[in-house]
Design a protein around this ligand. Structure first.
Ligand code: DHB
Ligand code: FE
Length: 312
């Protein structure tokens, strides 16, 4: 059975991608940002997922304002990087997992979440920047296949936080009904507080962001009750991207272990937030296995003792 073992929350600021692509990672401004992801890259290299589901938003790259699906699942075999105005980013083509994606589409849609099925799509900074932050800068290929899930947060009305959280739960049911043993991680990307244009451009609300991260770990249901207007007021117009983190959180256990967190301001005009949450059943299974091994050893000792005493 496939299993979601962990969730990763990460900002997807495009300037981070530009810093990587233009060799600026050692500049002090950028070093501060990238150093926060060193441990995460180690964690990812150790975790070695078989598949990553990346929840992100398209910024009018693949979908123009003519047509914007609320939830779009990438079912293709590959997703080339989009040209966002400066040519496509020099990152590997993202390989999909069509078999698991088709299974997720079937399971989630029959579970009454009407996803849009996308068989051809380019992916923008919303997906490629978090990939770099967690997987580094591979030259030829990303280390695992990716199923993109694009969410509309660019044109009113975006989905509610509660809807996103419930979609996460449906995604988990979908993954767990896939027969192959696969280790799956899920990314929620975007945010944290930021506003790109208008009189409040540059708005950052660290206090609100940090409380969002605290609740994401400990009390995500509380976050599902935040209305759109509160995101807009407290976290800026583009802060609404944070609802995507609730899809990731909904796909995890109610109680999780926060294994890593990083927060810094600013990068470009934006707060950068990052969190890694692990499901506890991973640890519980390990305990169960250790317990079973101990019982087997005890039974073997007893049997050996019985045979030895018979012989006497
Ligand atoms: C910017 C754009 C984004 O999509 C985002 O999530 C954060 C920042 C920007 O243009 O600075
Ligand atoms: Fe964005």
């Amino acid at each position: 059975m496939a299993k979601i073992i962990a969730g990763i929350g990460s900002s997807h600021v495009p300037a981070i991608g530009a810093a990587l692509d233009n060799g600026k990672t050692e500049e002090p401004y950028w070093k501060r940002v990238f150093s926060g992801f060193e441990k995460s890259k180690e964690w990812m290299a150790k975790t070695k997922p078989d598949v990553a589901i990346v929840v992100y938003n398209d910024h009018a790259s693949a979908f123009s304002v003519e047509m914007i699906p609320t939830f779009a699942l990438g079912c293709a075999a590959e997703f080339p990087p989009a040209d966002e105005g400066w040519g496509p980013r020099p990152v590997p083509v993202v390989k999909g997992h069509p078999a698991l994606a088709a299974h997720i589409a079937q399971s989630v849609i029959l579970d009454e979440f009407d996803l849009t099925i996308v068989n051809k799509m380019e992916v923008d900074h919303g997906l490629t920047v978090p990939m770099n932050l967690l997987f580094g800068q591979p030259k030829d290929a990303w280390p695992c296949p990716v199923i993109p899930l694009a969410v509309n947060v660019v044109m009113y009305p975006p989905p509610t936080g509660h809807r996103c959280y419930m979609l996460g739960k449906a995604l988990r049911r979908a993954v767990e009904s896939y027969p192959e043993d696969l280790k799956v991680v899920i990314f929620g990307t975007g945010g944290l507080s930021h506003q790109i244009s208008g009189p409040r451009a540059g708005l950052i609300n660290s206090k609100w962001d940090k409380s969002f991260l605290d609740n994401l770990s400990k009390d995500p249901k509380k976050l599902t009750r935040i209305p759109h207007l509160e995101y807009m007021r407290e976290a800026g117009a583009e802060g609404i991207e944070m609802v995507m983190w609730l899809i990731m959180r909904g796909a995890l256990d109610d109680k999780v272990d926060e294994v890593y967190r990083f927060y810094t301001v600013p990068a470009s005009n934006t707060a950068v937030g990052h969190i890694i949450l692990e499901n506890r059943h991973k640890a519980a299974n390990k305990d169960k296995r250790a317990h079973a091994a101990k019982s087997r050893q005890a039974a073997a000792r007893k049997a050996a003792h019985r045979i030895a005493s018979k012989g006497r």
